[in-house]
Design a binder for this molecule. Sequence first.
Ligand code: DAH
Length: 336
Amino acid sequence: MEAELQHLQTEARADLAALTDAPGLEAFRVKYLGRKGLCTTVMRSLGAVPDAERPRLGKLANDVRQDLEAAFAAREAELATSQAVSGAVRPDLTLPGRLSPFGKLHPVTQVMDEVCGIFAGLGFAVAEGPDVELDYYNFEALNIPPHHPARDMHDTFYISDSVLLRTHTSPMQVRAMQKAAPPLRMIAPGKVYRCDSDITHTPMFHQVEGFLVDRKVSFGDLKGVLSVFIAKMFDAKTPIRFRPSFFPFTEPSAEVDIGCVICKGVGCRVCKKTGWLEILGAGLIDPAVFKMVGYDPDAYTGFAFGLGMERIAMLKYGITDIRLFYENDLRFLAQF
Ligand code: DAH
């Protein structure tokens, strides 16, 4: 029994020295000093010891217990102070608070807000419409009947024969004109979808559609509005040119180029050495569209334009791969 006591004492002291935290201390207390702990077990076994030996062994057992209790208290105090010093127990209230990082708007959203802000300043109202659109609004009412070759320009995601993901924001022209009589001055920002993916195309991208309908609206009005927009969006001195083009829903139609914002017109890789960058499609609204929505084409004229947001964001920030916008890499996004 004497050897057993000695063994208990050495083992317990080694355990105690290895302890580092409060849960460890508690486990030690239960194992050695608790009501069902090892010290108590040894005490109980004193009953089986011969009478002559009992007083000496009893005292020895008591000494061991007291020694362990004192050592336990000392270790407890020691750990408490060392944890207080390392700050683990008492928080340092003088430390500055931990900042949570601020979220920011996505660069494409920022550009879209800026575009909408400029047109809102010119008196355009903002309207939004569905991403899942009817073939009727996306094509038919825009003077693109079934089998029209212009449908090939849009790599359409069809949901059924008559339902699709809109390939442009132009259907908002029809939805807005159906709802209200002229005069009308609106922009429609939103997502559009085409089955296309490379360094300048993503299957989902953003457009802002703009249109104005009134009596005696001319191509000159379109030029004036777009010139103001481009001066505000880029630089007041940015040159603009209108190139004749074709869209089924405008007549005449044009594509609008601006002087390359990267090389200032000298010629570079981005503008393919032409000095010009195409940034939007536009034109005077085709009378066929007016007929579709019940506007009198003899009384009203109007202009429309469609702008690609990713394209503008890429030019504004000098980004060469459109896919960067949708990889959600915070190292990229945090720069805006
Ligand atoms: N919807 C056309 C496209 O996505 C862009 C466009 C061209 C919009 C001419 C217009 C417009 O409003 O007048 O390719």
